[in-house]
Design a binder for this molecule. Structure first.
Ligand SMILES: [Zn+2]
Length: 460
């Protein structure tokens, strides 16, 4: 294979992703397989597992990736259609030296891409840029690879349920959104003694019912309605590749990522007193306060599933999570983001508590916050805006600024956040206060900061 040039836009921070037939072709997939295989071999490995989601373009992309890996001399284990966490699991269970998941995650049906794992760590940032260099220089390893198929569904579900002990029986509604989690959710429902109702488990890459992104409330409407209709204890939804979770309480309300993590942290900290629990900078102060109250060490970290996984490994944290619904359990599990495992642990925890999820949620300190607000800002400008806002803040009094990721500003009213997305041409903001008037003052300060650096503030 000769040198290959990727479109620079597809080599992103946490994955490789593009529009099929436009920015992403099977030639790209083949070159990516060979470049990744080259990295595995130079890392001392020989074996790679490959999985794919249910998108219509995924089988062709898979065939090309496997060809590329084999040309580099890799022994490939093909898992077929799986959720992303099953691909991660295979690296542990099959003792492969890395994995490639072919998935467009929650993006439109004509998008596709690749998430990778080298050894047991995430493969991102400079590693992804290095694939571009290897391909453009034609700096590939060569060899004679092989390919075999493996079906890991039973073994994966065994592992999910291995040490789960349920208390009272719950009524649960699941919404797979026709994404890749469907088959494993069906298996869990057959084996976990509860009253289950499963919506849209058929894998269908055209997503005929609703888009598989549980952070968008309209995608949860079917689930909310079914939870209320059945009088269920909770509803659980997944994104297209099964690494993000959405939860609905028994009153049909969304339990946001930080609220879910608060509920999970209480149980995990009972078993791991004093442990660190990590959440991203978008999370509510309520979560950090509660982690401390449960006897844990709260740690605020940068948004991005690869960054969180890396920080978890560094700190030995048994639990971490993001507002986006990536939840990471190291406690009794591997530490990667697996929405179905998070669901099983939530069910286990609730089954041992008498109060309904809605009561647990309503017992949390009530604060007023905005959702995550996203507004367009050119890639060439977005990081500078944050730096300039930080400079502007140094001239303000009565505030505290944390710059772990963007700026998170604490004032007597609460906090506000401004950060640049690593994956899109957007700035992200959020504000939270105890009072309505405080929230307005925080929004005003955010608008003033943006105006001061020459940006048009969003209409908030
Ligand atoms: Zn995902």
């Amino acid at each position: 294979m000769s040198a290959h040039q990727f479109r620079p836009t597809i080599l992103r921070e946490y994955d490789v992703r593009g529009v099929v037939g436009d920015t992403l072709s099977t030639d790209d997939a083949r070159a990516l397989g060979r470049a990744f295989g080259t990295r595995v071999i130079r890392n001392g490995g020989t074996k790679v597992s490959v999985g794919r989601d249910g998108r219509l373009s995924s089988p062709d992309m898979e065939a090309a990736v496997v060809e590329g890996l084999m040309a580099a001399g890799i022994a490939v284990t093909r898992l077929g259609g799986v959720a992303t966490p099953m691909l991660y699991y295979s690296v542990y269970a099959l003792e492969t030296d890395g994995g490639i998941m072919i998935t467009g995650s929650h993006n439109p049906p004509n998008h596709n891409g690749f998430k990778m794992m080298l050894g047991k760590g995430p493969f991102f940032g400079a590693d992804i840029q290095d694939l571009g260099r290897i391909a453009s220089e034609g700096d590939f390893e060569s060899g004679e690879g092989s390919v075999e198929d493996a079906d890991i569904l039973d073994s994966y579900v065994d592992r999910l349920l291995r040490d789960v002990s349920l208390g009272r029986q719950l009524k649960i509604v699941w919404d797979c959104g026709n994404g890749a989690a469907g088959p494993s959710v069906n298996q869990v429902c057959m084996r976990l003694p509860s009253n289950h109702k499963v919506l849209f488990p058929e894998v269908d890459g055209t997503f005929p019912n609703h888009h598989p992104d549980p952070t968008v409330p309209e995608n949860l409407e079917d689930l909310m309605a079914m939870v209320l209709e059945r009088g269920a204890d909770l509803g659980i939804a997944f994104d297209g590749d099964g690494d993000r979770i959405g939860v609905i309480d028994d009153k049909g309300r969304v339990l946001w990522g930080d609220q879910l993590l608060t509920v999970l942290a209480e149980d995990v900290l009972k078993e791991n007193p004093g442990a660190t629990v990590i959440a991203d900078v978008k999370a509510s102060q309520v979560l950090f306060d509660k982690i401390a109250e449960f006897g844990g060490k709260p740690l605020m970290w940068r948004t991005g599933h690869s960054l969180i996984k890396t920080k978890m490994a560094e700190t030995g944290a048994p639990l971490a999570g993001e507002m986006s619904g990536h939840i990471f359990f190291k406690d009794r599990y591997y530490g990667f983001d697996d929405a179905l495992y998070a669901a099983v642990r939530l069910i286990e925890g609730l089954s041992h508590r008498d109060e309904p999820l809605s009561a647990i949620r309503d017992a949390l300190p009530q604060v007023m916050n905005t959702p995550e607000m996203r507004f367009q800002c050119d890639d060439t400008r977005k990081f500078d805006v944050v730096v300039e806002v930080k400079d502007w803040l140094s001239g303000q009094t009565g505030i505290e600024v944390s710059d772990a990721d963007g700026v998170r500003v604490n004032t007597p009213d609460g906090w506000w956040l401004l950060r640049a997305s690593n994956t899109q041409d957007v700035l992200v903001a959020r504000c939270e206060s105890q009072t309505e008037a405080g929230l307005e003052r925080l929004k005003g300060q955010l608008r003033a900061a943006l105006t001061a650096v020459g940006e048009t503030p969003p209409d908030i």
